[in-house]
Design a protein around this ligand. Structure first.
Ligand SMILES: NC(=O)c1ccc[n+]([C@@H]2O[C@H](COP(=O)([O-])OP(=O)(O)OC[C@H]3O[C@@H](n4cnc5c(N)ncnc54)[C@H](OP(=O)(O)O)[C@@H]3O)[C@@H](O)[C@H]2O)c1
Length: 285
């Protein structure tokens, strides 16, 4: 007899543009697992009822996206270190009725970057943004030994994130404003630039916070925005002769880490990447 079907859900509002069902269902199929993944639109007022429903129906696991990543934490039984450091949850595992929250965004971004450039230990990294994704990435990078400068439009948020890193990890991070001159100065000595803001995301695809004249050839430029896969920032980087890392890698690795948390099995990364790429192409038509 085959094992009972296990159900996994993505909850968010909106969820129409997600590629996660394609990516996870391809991975379940590749490993012959009797599992299914679907995306469900959950407005904020129904979040608590949804989590109660997850318990009642014994849903095996969840991904959580905007706008629920912070609010859902209070509805769970336990948070793993990744979620409590980031202050946000993107993955939930139902472990025999106990709901445990994780955050795979930071380590997913770190793995995608290290896949391309090796260890970030001792590297000077300028991180743009202090929102949900930036927070998770900042903690993973700091833990991996990167030296961080955090630049955000709303400077108090950059300062608050730097302070949290100092308090929780005992590591120094430098907050700066998004001012062009300050950023240009910081980038002169940087090894890596990461855009963890939503600037450049569809439909505002011609926007960028950094242009080629602010970059140098030795810089690695990583945009976590994956719609479009090649953003204006990455085009600027190519023009400057810098190495580029697109947002697909983070998308696939954060999904692969969630898959491994749920199934205990190694994720078929290549299969997930191909499925995500195909679905992104289909959705951008
Ligand atoms: N590749 C992946 O797997 C992956 C995973 C997660 C997220 N993402 C992408 O990452 C991006 C950020 O997501 P998030 O969840 O962190 O969003 P979020 O929490 O809403 O944070 C948005 C960030 O963007 C900044 N920002 C927005 N508009 C700006 C503008 N016009 N000029 C300067 N800064 C601006 C915000 O600055 P303020 O603080 O000043 O508002 C904030 O730092 C989204 O595009 C998302 O699709 C990708």
């Amino acid at each position: 007899m085959s094992p009972a079907l296990k159900i996994f859900l993505l909850i968010g509002d909106p969820v129409e543009q997600t590629v996660s069902p394609a990516m996870h269902n391809a991975a379940f199929e590749k490993l012959g697992l009797n599992c299914v993944y679907a995306a469900v639109n959950v407005p904020p007022r129904f979040l608590a009822d949804t989590i109660a429903g997850v318990r009642a129906m014994r849903i095996s696991g969840l991904n959580v996206t905007i706008p629920h990543k912070i609010a859902v934490a209070d509805l769970l039984d336990e948070l793993d270190e990744s979620a409590s450091l980031a202050g946000a949850v993107n993955t939930i595992k139902n472990q025999r009725g106990k709901l445990i929250g994780f955050n795979t965004d930071g380590d997913g971004a770190l793995q995608a970057l290290e896949d391309k450039i090796g260890s970030v230990k001792g590297k000077e990294v300028v991180l743009l943004g202090a929102g949900g994704a930036a927070r998770a990435i900042a903690f993973s990078l700091a833990k991996a030994g990167a030296r961080l400068t955090i630049s955000n439009r709303t400077v108090p948020r950059a300062k608050a994130l730097a302070l949290m890193i100092e308090q929780k990890l005992g590591m120094h991070a430098r907050p700066i404003s998004l001012n062009r001159d300050q950023l240009k100065k910081a980038l002169k000595n940087a090894d890596v630039l990461i855009n963890a803001t939503s600037v450049g995301m569809h439909p505002a695809v011609n926007q960028t916070l950094v242009t080629s004249d602010m970059m140098h050839r030795g810089l690695v430029v990583n945009d976590i925005v994956y719609k479009p896969i090649e953003t204006r920032l990455l085009r600027e980087a190519r023009r400057a002769g810098a190495k580029t890392v697109n947002g697909l890698g983070m998308l696939v690795h954060q999904g692969a880490l969630a898959f491994e948390i749920w199934t205990g099995k190694r994720a078929p990364i290549k299969v997930m990447e191909a499925a995500a790429r195909k679905e992104l192409r289909r959705k951008s038509r």
